[in-house]
Each structure stands twice: as structure tokens, then as C-alpha cells.
Design a protein around this ligand. Structure first.
Ligand SMILES: C[S@@+](CC[C@H](N)C(=O)[O-])C[C@H]1O[C@@H](n2cnc3c(N)ncnc32)[C@H](O)[C@@H]1O
Length: 280
């Protein structure tokens, strides 16, 4: 998959001008970039997203301006799906994708709706800047596991070095205080506590909490970079039973399906039931 058009500089500038909500900065070519503050390639590189995605099927969750998805196409992915609840006509994605002759497919939807029977499975899942916006972050991670077959790259707000006081001041933690970051912690935010203009920030996990949450669903994850109140992660899907299966082996059908485990007769359950180790 590759861009099908070589637009003029004027066409690219016109496409960029269709949106006033650029959050992502993406260098399209010498002298032309989208005017957001988030450096797309810098964040992808910090998480360890391969420079060559030839032949891979990629999912970009919370794609917003869509520049991560477009960069994956540029890196040679066989297919890229960009998922978001935003209108791609408003975020600038549609105009930019049309100008480039992109084949990225935009899907309206939430992370909670991911289903291998509807979306298929993905070699590479990219999950940047979404985790802390989720009311049900662990359910989101369950659903990601249901469609992921190899690598999962995450970027998130984290609280390892950073604390927001309920009275709205925040401070960077001293080195001694940061020691607690080895304990998985999901810190809840009241409405607009993290950001005065944005009520959609529900949780601030620390890096251990992110690693633990992915590990629980069978995605072995490591922290790749930690800067300010952000971190990036690289996860590898491991086959076999997970903590979900171990703990919820008698799970109600509907709950199993919410988590992305189709039925209690899932082969992974059978494998777990055969084990002597029944830790709860
Ligand atoms: C902070 S932006 C991050 C954009 C982009 N991934 C990046 O890191 O540059 C968060 C995006 O996540 C999307 N989002 C929020 N909740 C979501 C959900 N439940 N499922 C999928 N996307 C969601 C928002 O619409 C928004 O586009």
C-alpha cells in the first residue's frame, strides 16, 4: 500500500487548511507539515514502531488527524485501518488522505467495539493518546487483545513523575517519591482536574499499571520511553492462557464476550482448566 498521488505543494497546503484542529505534527515532505504540537514520527519512534511495516495489517486506535495511520501507510503497511469517534472531515484526515491518494480506511467506532469477527485481526496495533480518556480502560485493553496478533504500541499520559492536586496545582515528584511507581496505580481524575478545558481525562495510570494491564491480557509490555507526564510502550502478544482466563474461567457468557473472550468453551479456557495452578 502506498500513496497513489503526488500532490502539488498548493494541494497539500489546501488540504491542511481544511482543519483548524491539528493536534499532530507530521512532516509530509520538505517544508510541508501539519501544524500540530505532537510529533507523530518522534512518538512512533519512541515506542519502537518499525520503520518498515511491509506486509503488515495495522490498526490505529483514536486516529484523530490520521497522521499516524498515514505514516504507517508510508512505511509500507499492507492495510491500515484508522478508528475514531471523530469526523474525519473535521479533523483534516479526509482532505489530506484524498490529496495523497491514501488507501487508509477510516472506521467510525470506539475501542470497546473492536471485534475480530467484524474488524479482523491486526499484526500491529497503535494506541496513542487514548488510554487515559477511557472510562473503562481495562475493557479497552481487553478489546485490543481480541484483535491483536503480534505487536501493540501504546502512548499515554502517566503519573510516575507528575501529580495533580485536587485544588488544581500540579507538581513534579521528587526522586524519592517516584519510587512508588513500581506499584501499579490508576489515579482517578475528577472532571477537568487534569485539564481545565477537557473533561474526558478519566485516569492517570503509572507505567507499572499500564504494563500490568497489558500483561494481564497476554501482551508482554515494556516501557520504552518516559518524558514529562507521558510514556510510550511496546507490547508483544503471547499465545496461551491469560490472567483473564485464569480468574474468570467460570465467567458469564455476556461478560466473557465484553472482554473479547467469545465463550467459556474457548480453547484457552480448556487449556487453563487443565492446569493445576488455580491462583485467584
Ligand atoms: C488525544 S487524541 C490522540 C490522537 C492520536 N492518537 C495521537 O496520539 O496523536 C485522542 C483521540 O482518541 C479518540 N477517542 C477517545 N475515546 C475513544 C474511544 N473510546 N475509542 C476510540 N477512540 C477514542 C478521540 O476522539 C481522539 O481522536
Amino acid at each position: 500500500m502506498a500513496f497513489q498521488k503526488i500532490p502539488t505543494d498548493g494541494e497539500l497546503r489546501e488540504a491542511i487548511a481544511t482543519s483548524s484542529v491539528w493536534f499532530q505534527r507530521w512532516n509530509i515532505r520538505q517544508g510541508i507539515e501539519t501544524p500540530g504540537r505532537n510529533d507523530v514520527v518522534g512518538i512512533m519512534d519512541s515506542a519502537g514502531v518499525p520503520a518498515d511495516l511491509t506486509g503488515r495489517r495495522v490498526l490505529d486506535i483514536g486516529a484523530y488527524n490520521g497522521c499516524v495511520a498515514l505514516e504507517c501507510e508510508r512505511r509500507g503497511a499492507a492495510e491500515v485501518v484508522a478508528l475514531d469517534i471523530m469526523d474525519p472531515g473535521v479533523t483534516g484526515f479526509r482532505a489530506l488522505a484524498e490529496a495523497l491518494g491514501s488507501e487508509v480506511r477510516w472506521e467510525y467506532g470506539t475501542v470497546y467495539e473492536l471485534d475480530p469477527e467484524i474488524h479482523g485481526t491486526f499484526d500491529i496495533v497503535i494506541f496513542f493518546g487514548v488510554l487515559y480518556h477511557l472510562r473503562w480502560p481495562l475493557l479497552g485493553i481487553d478489546r485490543i487483545r481480541s484483535v491483536a496478533t503480534d505487536l501493540v504500541f501504546t502512548e499515554s499520559h502517566v503519573i510516575d513523575r507528575f501529580f495533580v492536586h485536587p485544588r488544581r496545582w500540579f507538581r513534579w515528584l521528587k526522586e524519592k517519591e517516584q519510587k512508588i511507581s513500581s506499584v501499579p496505580i490508576w489515579r482517578g481524575y475528577r472532571s477537568r482536574e487534569l485539564h481545565p478545558e477537557d473533561a474526558s481525562n478519566f485516569f492517570g495510570p503509572n507505567t507499572s499499571a499500564v504494563v500490568c494491564a497489558f500483561d494481564d491480557v497476554g501482551i508482554t509490555t515494556e516501557t520504552m520511553a518516559l518524558w514529562d507526564d507521558r510514556a510510550s510502550f511496546r507490547g508483544v502478544v503471547r499465545p496461551g492462557a491469560t490472567r483473564q482466563h485464569e480468574v474468570y474461567e467460570a465467567l458469564h457468557h455476556a461478560t466473557a464476550s465484553l472482554m473479547g473472550i467469545k465463550t467459556v468453551s474457548d480453547p484457552l479456557f480448556v487449556e487453563t482448566n487443565a492446569s493445576d495452578d488455580k491462583r485467584m
